[in-house]
Design a protein. Structure first.
Length: 218
């Protein structure tokens, strides 16, 4: 099971991009603490989203924790701009070839929390050497690039493995899941050991945000 009280991080990607500030207010008014910011480069993933300028312009409008997911082939080139823009966590992917450890250390040297992400087809072993360096492991439950995709349930075993390692190694990183998360899939992930749920489509489409939050974090 999870080791911390579960958190919900709505993904701004599913909000109206002409009114991102309003989306932040919706999240904040619902009493949540985190917002998930999806950064895409059109290369590591086949889509584009927004960049540091957007974070920097949003930053003064919100007290939310900026949980920032870098879907970039070369994340090491963009740590400083995102840290300066107000990201409070920068989560980088394990799949591309760049200096992962140096990049995690660079993130932390800038006073920002560091996370490592892995796609659904990547075994947990790939991130094991880095677990002592991060405060969050992001287990993707879809192949990244787009909101509104279906949850891949085979990731549940990997979440269990990560949760076992967390307790065996005496570490306390959060396990975050991202992609196709709703009340049902969120519960399955929490039972496997996840304690941070990203929800884009299901959160923004929920007519009653309070009821949705109560159910998904119950
Ligand atoms: C997918 C992104 C997700 C996305 C989730 O590439 O990393 O954060 O916004 O969207 P839903 O919750 O709609 O699957
Ligand atoms: Zn994401």
């Amino acid at each position: 099971m999870a080791n911390s009280a579960p958190l919900l991080a709505p993904s701004l990607l599913a909000g109206n991009h002409a009114a991102l500030r309003d989306s932040l207010s919706i999240i904040e008014n619902a009493g949540l603490e985190w917002v998930h910011l999806d950064i895409m480069d059109g290369h590591f993933v086949p889509n584009l989203s927004f960049g540091p300028q957007t974070l920097s312009d949003l930053r003064p409008n919100s007290k939310l924790f900026f949980d920032t997911h870098l879907m970039l082939s070369e994340p090491h080139r963009y740590i400083e701009p995102f840290a300066k823009a107000g990201a409070q966590r920068l989560t980088i992917h394990i799949e591309p070839d760049y200096p992962h450890l140096d990049t995690l250390r660079k993130i932390k040297s800038m006073g920002v929390c560091a996370g490592i992400a892995l796609n659904p087809n990547i075994p947990a072993e790939r991130v094991k050497p880095l677990l002592g360096e991060v405060d969050l492991v992001l287990a993707m439950t879809v192949f990244p690039g787009f909101g509104g995709q279906s949850f891949i349930s085979s990731v549940l075993d990997k979440i269990k493995t990560l949760a076992e390692w967390r307790s065996q190694l005496g570490l306390n990183f959060r396990i975050e899941v991202d992609g196709g998360i709703n009340i049902e899939t969120g519960l399955a992930c929490r039972q496997a050991g996840a304690d941070a749920l990203v929800a884009g489509t299901s959160f923004f489409k929920a007519p009653d945000k309070a009821a949705f939050i109560k159910a998904i974090l119950a």
